[in-house]
Design a protein around this ligand. Structure first.
Ligand code: BG6
Length: 497
């Protein structure tokens, strides 16, 4: 394997994301040989840390991954700390000197990856300075990874994008949506495009509805301040849910590469119906959790959480119905559901197929149940987390002299061992960016369209200042309204933990 020669500069190097995700991911890439001798990392943030202090933090963040102390210490020796005020032009000069020096010392061929892992308010300032202070004049490539949120609505996202594209070309910009690095999200394409069985039926003639669940049992943890401004719609629907939806709904790409996949995803997103206020009220439900129990433990309500406005109208739950107005999907509802403090953590997709046109079994009598039989619809489930795998529910016949239908489930799950060895989303995405592969990142046009869709919903909710926000007890699957939404169409949520 060829090692990647690169200087990685992390803005937000002392932060939570860096410590929990980025350093462990870089370490795994190191263990696997993608990073070896010719790499260096500069961590920047305001705090006045020394290299020694920084390396201690690195060591702590990889403590349970290293196979030997020597390995860990050698890895950490590639890390350098530079205290930095993003608004101070002089600081970029210091940063540039350090970068040039490390470039020479580690023979990095001038390759530079900038990772913006701090408050989005600084993204524009940072990239402008990178250019004006000559950080982008080295010989190799210059790429930037940008953490979410990319803007807070279409207008702010567009302004941010302008600032960034003044400095970097679209092909050099890697907008992170960590869901795209998840193993099972990537395998949506395998299920769809490597199985004739499914691809042939992947349309409105055979599919009744699609259900995308991104449920969490966690609350807002220490992020009350951010979350209360954002809410579930912007935190989960604008990015993760719409990305998953695009992967499920897009047409088969002409080739399995970045350009073709992007172009199909964008087309799918553009075909999603934009709702007016009345349609939002009909198709979307919000909710906020109140006190309740999960697995026997009591949790406080959202309004009681730290840094949350006690009168907050922020939604911690969203359920909705999207329509995709194209030939393939016309008439098929795509239900989405996400929230905090739900019954359990579960990211799973259910594809519900249509029922057979005539029920041949309605008159076979089910003696035990004393009712008429009806075959259950076939459901393909893609389990993304915490378990990973697929299941397909079918109808068989119960063994015996009578003719009772028996629902059976073909079930495949990755073993605990495979899951434990699965690269983390961040590890895969960082490696992709080092390889110059933007397939699993979000293109500007995808971000733009997602905001346009979400802005319509947000606007309708913001204009409605009087109606009560439906509540749900912590530990449940959302407010009653979310169940009514799907029941209205004669369906139900397949996943009911
Ligand atoms: C993040 C959201 O993007 O995704 C968080 O900001 C959420 O609120 C998280 O908890 C969920 O990610 P995962 O990988 O734990 O499903």
């Amino acid at each position: 394997m060829q090692e990647k020669k690169v200087l990685i500069t992390i803005f937000g190097g002392t932060g939570d994301l860096a410590q929990r995700k980025l350093y462990p991911s870089l370490f795994r890439l190191y263990q696997k040989g993608h990073l070896k001798d010719q790499f260096a990392v500069i961590g920047t943030a305001r705090r006045p840390w020394s290299n020694e202090k920084y390396r201690e933090v690195i060591l702590a963040s990889i403590a349970n991954l290293a196979s030997s102390e020597e390995q860990a210490v050698t890895f950490a020796s590639h890390f350098y700390y530079q205290s930095h005020d993003v608004n101070d032009t002089n600081h970029y000069a210091t940063l540039k000197n350090l970068a040039d020096e490390l470039d020479r010392e580690y023979e990095l061929d001038g390759n530079r990856l900038f990772y913006l892992a701090m408050s989005p308010t600084f993204f524009g300032t940072i990239v402008n300075h990178l250019k004006s202070q000559g950080m982008l004049t080295s010989e190799g490539y210059h790429r930037v990874i940008i953490e979410k949120p990319f803007g807070t609505d279409f207008a702010t996202a567009e302004a941010l994008n302008k600032e960034i594209t003044n400095v970097f070309d679209e092909s050099e910009i890697y907008r992170i949506d960590h869901y795209l690095g998840k193993e099972m999200i990537q395998s949506i394409s395998a299920v769809r495009f490597a199985n004739m069985l499914f691809e042939a039926m992947w349309n409105n003639r055979y599919i009744d509805n699609v259900q995308i669940n991104l449920a969490e049992n966690l609350g807002v943890e220490e992020r009350g301040g951010y979350y209360d401004q954002s809410g579930a719609l912007k935190d989960m629907v604008q990015n993760h849910i719409l990305q998953v939806l695009a992967l499920l709904a897009m047409d088969p790409p002409a080739a399995f590469n970045e350009a073709e996949i992007r172009s199909e995803k964008i087309k799918a997103l553009r075909a999603i119906r934009l709702y007016d206020e009345e349609e939002v009220a009909k198709n979307f439900v919000r909710g906020q959790y109140v006190e309740g129990k999960i697995a026997g433990r009591k949790y406080q309500g959202y309004k009681e959480e730290e840094n949350v406005n006690p009168d907050s109208r922020t939604e911690t739950f969203v359920a909705g119905r999207f329509y995709i107005d194209n030939f393939r999907w016309s008439g098929v509802p795509f239900y989405v559901r996400t929230g905090k403090r739900m019954t359990e953590k579960g990211t799973r997709i259910n594809i519900v197929f249509k029922s057979v046109p005539i029920n041949l079994f309605s008159h076979s009598f089910d003696e035990e149940k004393q009712n008429l039989q009806k075959p259950e619809p076939n459901v393909l489930t893609i389990y993304i987390q915490p378990t990973e795998g697929f299941s397909l529910s079918l109808n068989g016949k119960e063994v015996g002299n009578n003719f009772n239908l028996l629902p059976v489930k073909l079930d495949y799950r990755n073993s605990a061992e495979i899951i434990a060895n699965t690269p983390e989303a961040y590890e895969k995405l960082i490696l992709d960016s080092l390889n110059g592969d933007g397939t699993n990142f979000t293109h500007w046009q995808e971000v733009a369209q997602s905001w346009k869709i979400v802005d319509q919903i947000r606007k309708a909710w913001d204009n409605d200042t009087t109606s009560e926000i439906p509540t749900y007890a912590a530990g449940t699957m959302g407010p009653d309204e979310a169940f009514h939404l799907i029941a209205e169409d004669g369906f139900e949520w397949v996943w009911q933990p």
